[in-house]
Ligand binder design. Structure first.
Ligand code: COI
Length: 356
């Protein structure tokens, strides 16, 4: 596969980290994928090169105006030693959704899926095999014109870097405590909430820090207009199980990122015959459902943690415990099924897996 791309091999491979203490996003492999865009020429020079620093003019546009997007997906090692990717085409399709919003020229989905396979194959001995570990894949695009006027750049860099990882949250599949954010907002209708762009994450940091100082792992984001309707939890999509029905916020308003784990969860639940509704859901409704003893489970979905159950919510100092602060049956079943498919342990009935 990687024969399609020019390869410059790293002659000084690094020592690999201990698989039992990988953490998340701390270690990087020996190679990276790079491709450039120049107006009039399009995307060109796809190549694999040794992992290393990139030199940027201090005036490079991305450093000033944040015209950039990124993605996140993982490669998993099966018991038979196969390397598996989970729906990589979905991530590359989402790149183009983000690109369109950020005025970045579209990428070729097939070519970039091949690039992911080629770079993972190149550094395949970096895919960890300890339980719950994987190789996190981070494709991203930055605008590279050295220019300080505010306009879309004429040049860009698409890159893929790789990081062997363990659990994103130290809690793993154990429930986390969540602070309902009433002050800061993550995104608004008409903004860039549906795009995976760095600014959304920069905008989230202050709320995250303040919640952590109060003893909470993350925040529950409410809509930017009325601060009523639930949008996301931390960097994840959010689901609630109320009286047997699973409800997740609709993507219609454009302020929520359309997660691939979100989409897969909805597909799985419907396949199992569980009723799933995508609609607006207010924080009042959640507290009412809790009072009526109908709030059964709540969880976040994302690539990094897959499923992160919510054990406690604090909204204006009104604290509720969900499922007694324990991981719910359905959350566990979704987690085990998705991770089972990802690691090749559960039959992939949906055609989600691609082998490297
Ligand atoms: C995810 O849940 O996969 C994320 O978006 C987290 C990532 C930014 C590290």
């Amino acid at each position: 596969m990687q024969a399609n791309f020019k390869v410059e091999k790293n002659n000084m491979p690094k020592q690999k980290p201990d698989e039992k203490s990988l953490g998340f996003g701390q270690y990087f492999t020996d190679h990276m994928f790079v491709m450039d865009y120049t107006e009039g020429k399009g995307w060109h020079d796809p190549r694999i090169v040794p992992y290393g620093d990139i030199a940027l003019d201090p005036a490079t546009m991305v450093l000033h105006y944040g015209q950039a997007i990124f993605e996140g997906l993982k490669a998993y090692k099966s018991d038979e030693g196969k390397i598996l990717l989970f729906r990589p085409e979905k991530n590359m399709e989402r790149v183009n959704i983000s690109n369109e919003r950020l005025c970045i020229p579209p990428i070729d989905v097939d070519l970039t899926v091949e690039a992911i396979k080629a770079i993972v194959e190149m550094d395949s001995d970096w895919v960890p095999s300890a339980e719950d570990t994987s190789l996190y894949i981070r494709p991203f695009i930055i605008s590279t014109d050295p220019f300080l006027g505010v306009r879309p750049s004429f040049t860009y860099k698409f890159m893929i870097i790789l990081s062997p990882v363990g659990a994103y949250y130290p809690e793993g599949i154990n429930p986390v405590k969540i602070y309902v954010e009433n002050n800061y907002v993550r995104a608004v209708k008409g903004g860039v909430g549906y795009a995976k762009t760095p600014g959304n994450y920069a905008a989230s940091l202050k709320a995250q820090m303040e919640a952590q100082a109060k003893g909470y792992t993350q925040v529950l984001w409410l809509d930017g207009l009325e601060k009523r309707y639930i949008e996301e939890v931390g960097t994840m999509n959010v689901f609630f199980k109320i009286d047997g029905e699973v409800i997740t916020p609709t993507l219609e308003d454009g302020s929520i990122l359309g997660g691939i784990t979100r989409e897969s969860t909805i597909q799985l639940l419907r396949h199992w015959g569980v009723k799933v509704t995508e609609r607006r859901i207010s924080i009042e409704e959640i507290y009412q459902a809790h009072e009526d003893q109908k709030l059964e489970e709540a969880f976040g979905t994302g690539t990094a943690a897959v499923i992160s159950p919510i054990g406690e919510l604090n909204w204006n100092e009104k604290i509720i415990k969900i499922n007694d602060g324990k991981t719910g049956e359905l959350s566990k079943k979704i987690y085990e099924t998705i991770t089972g498919i990802q690691y090749g342990k559960v039959k992939d009935e949906f055609g989600w897996i691609q082998e490297v």
